[in-house]
Design a protein around this ligand. Structure first.
Ligand SMILES: Cc1cc2nc3c(=O)[nH]c(=O)nc-3n(C[C@H](O)[C@H](O)[C@H](O)COP(=O)(O)OP(=O)(O)OC[C@H]3O[C@@H](n4cnc5c(N)ncnc54)[C@H](O)[C@@H]3O)c2cc1C
Length: 380
């Protein structure tokens, strides 16, 4: 036995570290276990929205100024461009800037916050087995950790999720693939000052070109079941951007949950949050916010469950249903409206949407408005 804890947290991405910080701050005995050695890289565009900034403030008490002063924001831009293939649909400006984090720095910062709050951190420890009913995990080095509760925040390929009875077919149905390359800004054929989105190259997905500090991040994401020639589409895009010999560049890919969220990610003493539960917005693929927010909801539910001797699911699920699922459900509807219409109308529906509602759409992405009918959104 390597340790008995109140809560075992599997995975130290934003979901796990936020949850660990909250629980440790409340005085619970917490173990965070991650297979990686930190700081570690994570394939990610690093775009964070206004609702992410507000959630960071809720969890850590950091104002926007403090988040920036802590060096977490590497780049910001209010402008954006949307293209249909190489035709520019819209140059716009959001009332609130899009901000970019470097995940290596961001995730390490959050993990250190959890450690400083008293969570015990076990890195370079890969979880290979999970007994979800007993909230017990075993690592590759044969360490066993047991908790009153186990929180699975071990990302899209979650070992914890694979141990619980979840609907594997539904999960597979809405998985997306991604490829992302980070260029040194000086090596990219042109200057990239703000985020750019390219639609029309894929049936259900898009290409992004994001600015970063002295870097340019170019990525492609698409729903697997609607995708053919994924890699070739990306190489062709890079060629169209003026990148020389893109086929010789090593490509890195990673799966992304893309509409396959689990409606009840509670399994007795084991709970899932973040990517492990598929809690990603399924149009743009925003996941950092959903990881932080659902990690927070799960941690607060577990804390209340232990304190009041009640099932945490009764506190976690209602918050998912009230605040998270409507965004996922309605962004999923919007994506199919846009993706189906592009097959018939090419760029026209996107153009109408972006030209007629530029501010409201930007507010929707930032979480000021909901994906549900663009109504004003209240977060708790
Ligand atoms: C190419 C790409 C670009 C993206 N761009 C954006 C973006 O710009 N903005 C945005 O908001 N979202 C973006 N996302 C989504 C975002 O990266 C995820 O939604 C987010 O990282 C989820 O956080 P998480 O804490 O749930 O999981 P993760 O960040 O994946 O963390 C999971 C952790 O679990 C650990 N782990 C996994 N398996 C084990 C195991 N067996 N044992 C121990 N530890 C384990 C991993 O090492 C990792 O540290 C992007 C995703 C991809 C793939």
């Amino acid at each position: 036995m390597s340790g008995k804890f109140d809560v075992i947290i599997a995975g130290a991405g934003p979901a796990g570290s936020a949850a660990a910080y909250i629980l440790a701050t409340k005085g619970f005995k917490v173990a965070v276990i991650d297979k990686a050695k930190f700081p570690r890289k994570k394939l990610c565009g690093g775009l964070i929205t206004d609702k992410t900034m507000k959630t960071l403030e809720k969890i850590y008490g950091y104002s926007e100024k403090a988040i920036i002063e802590n060096g977490l924001i590497e780049y910001e831009a209010a402008e954006y461009s949307v293209f249909y293939r190489d035709y520019k649909i819209q140059d716009g400006a959001s009332p609130i800037p899009f901000r970019f984090v470097n995940r290596e720095i961001f995730d390490y910062f959050l993990l250190k916050k959890a450690a400083n709050a008293g969570a015990q951190i076990f890195t370079s420890e890969e979880i290979v087995h999970c007994n979800y009913q007993d909230a017990e995990i075993k690592t590759k080095s044969n360490k066993i950790f047991k908790g009153k509760y186990l929180l699975g925040t071990d990302g899209v390929n979650s070992t914890i999720r694979k141990s619980v009875p979840y609907d594997k077919k539904a999960w597979k149905e809405n998985m997306a693939s991604t490829i992302e390359i980070t260029f040194d800004a000086k090596d990219y054929p042109r200057e990239v000052k703000w985020p750019e989105l390219y639609i029309g190259c894929l049936k259900a997905g898009y290409i992004w070109v994001f600015p970063a500090k002295d870097k340019v991040v170019v990525g492609i994401g698409s729903l697997n079941r609607c995708t053919t020639n994924f890699k070739a589409t990306f190489i062709n895009f890079l060629t169209s951007q003026g990148v020389k010999n893109p086929e010789t560049i090593p490509l890195h890919g990673f799966p992304l949950p893309y509409g396959n969220y689990i409606k009840n990610p509670c399994y007795g003493r084991t709970i899932l949050a973040g990517d492990a539960a598929g809690l990603v917005e399924p149009l743009f693929g925003e996941g950092i916010f959903y990881a932080l927010q659902t990690g927070r909801y799960a941690a607060e539910a577990i804390a209340k469950g232990i304190t009041e001797n009640k099932n945490p699911a009764q506190f976690y699920l209602p918050r998912l249903q009230q605040y998270i699922f409507p965004e996922i459900i309605y962004s999923n509807r919007l994506r199919w409206t846009l993706f189906y219409s592009q097959r018939l109308l090419k760029h026209v529906s996107f153009k109408i949407a972006f030209k007629s509602l530029p501010t409201k759409l930007a507010e929707m992405i930032h979480g000021i408005r909901s994906y549900k009918f663009l109504l004003k959104k209240k977060w708790d």
